[in-house]
Design a protein around this ligand. Sequence first.
Ligand code: IPD
Ligand code: CA
Ligand code: CA
Length: 273
Amino acid sequence: MTDPLLSELLGLAQDAAHRAGALLRDGRPADLGVAATKSSPVDVVTEMDIAAEQLITGFLSEHRPQDGFLGEEGASSEGSSGIRWVIDPLDGTVNYLYGLPTWAVSIAAERDGERVVGVVEVPMRRETYHAVLGGGAYAKGGAYGDGGAALRCRPAPPLDQALVSTGFNYVADVRAHQADVARVLIPRLRDIRRGGSAAIDLCDVAAGRLDGYYERGLHPWDLAAGDLIAREAGALTGGRPGMPADGGLTVAASPGVFEPLQSLLEELGAWHD
Ligand code: IPD
Ligand code: CA
Ligand code: CA
């Protein structure tokens, strides 16, 4: 990588994600409870979400005091360097609360509003995924070994043989609508998965462990790192046709699966404004 700023940002993001992942994995209290709720009674925050965000923002601002932040648990500042960190300190909180292994730390860096670095750490897989804009996507640890490997999305099957993941929102009305969409999709796909972490879903598309993923209602911190990793692995990502992935709709899939999946989601009204 030739740009020394991007190398620095990548190294810091990897270090911060690793530290937060270790805190979450090793420091999870046996009696972990819910500290607060957000958009609905099932949209929970634990003390560990908050501790992980504080660790990440503290670490990054120590090294780069002029940078801005957008973090799910409240970090929000403009900064003056042109760099902003977009952080989901614990993506998959409900899994974490229940002791299920599918949760991640997601950290992205934007330069002048453009995503340039993405890191997703998945402690219970012992895997870390990363990408730098224009530099490809990589994973190390776990199935990839200490040396790591480049990520490539899967060759596209026909849509009716595609394994596609999705997520359901915390708001009951939105979930009901998402279930209507999924009911129509299920017979037209190989199957649907609901893993419980959008960041991991996006990395699994990058890694060829899923053919596609879609979800309505994501926040910037859910998708910032994973979207870059998926794209750098050769996947296509977007929202409604012609639009970038955003809170209205996020679709990520291998080329050849992306187009028919996105059209079908458009036909079914799977987005919101
Ligand atoms: C959630 C997860 C989940 C997705 C939700 C997200 P959180 O993030 O990514 O898979 O379906 O839309 O809000 O609340 O665990 O950080
Ligand atoms: Ca999240
Ligand atoms: Ca979160």
